[in-house]
Design a protein around this ligand. Sequence first.
Ligand SMILES: [Zn+2]
Length: 285
Amino acid sequence: MSMRRVFIMLSAVAALFVMAAPEAQSQRPTVTTPRIYIFEAGNIRGLDPKLFNFKREELKEVDFVNIAYLIVHPKGTLMFEAGAVQDSHFKADGSPVTEGIMSASRPLKPQLAAAGYSPADITYLAMSHYHSDHTANANDFASATWIVQKAERDYMLADKPQGIIQPAHYSALRNSKTRILNNEDLDVFGDGSVVVMSTPGHTPGHQVVFVRLAKRGGVLLGGDLYHYPEERTTGRIPTFEFNADQSRASRQKVEAFLKQNKAELWIEHDIATHAKLPKAPQFVE
Ligand SMILES: [Zn+2]
């Protein structure tokens, strides 16, 4: 065999390694239709039903589940919600973390990794609203484009924001590439399959996400538009809304949308809803 031939062969082998390397690093699946990954972000226990205008006996379940979602579309990814407990608060032994009424047994990023994604793979970050049970790991996604309503962002980045808020959770987003919405909806990938919808009321710029899935159909990730299914059936509004009239209007808009699109609603804190759904690395498509 000539030296030249050996060189060509070696070059070919080297080229194969170069081609294989990116695939070996990333286990990201090939996606042809949108899918939703569901991450478990713990629970909230010991809530007072009176805060939500209910008596204990009027609610089937008082506790909340906390959820974060990853929507994967052929053109990119949207992380919706950032959890209730910061990953950095987990100890190396992986034992569950309890912080006041919040608890979590699994950090977020390992769940994301198990699905094949790292924060660097995330194109867009959106949160339903600024309450701290939705923002814990937001800083991890500062390299994504933040999709946020102007009223919400203004509130979050004010000098001393008051209420159920932890500015340290999302301080890095101040400098993120940002898509600011003015009480408007956003068709994220341009084909109508993933839409961020403005639903103010619970907070100044609360938003929800509609996803049209090829197999399951339309799903609306409802954030805290409702907390309990009983809010939906009775029309009751929590006591701590930023603007209860806006909440009613947003609910009306969403209910009409659900009907029109034959879509289902996933109430984010509802234990029963999420008990029936597969968790990452499985997904809904
Ligand atoms: Zn919440």
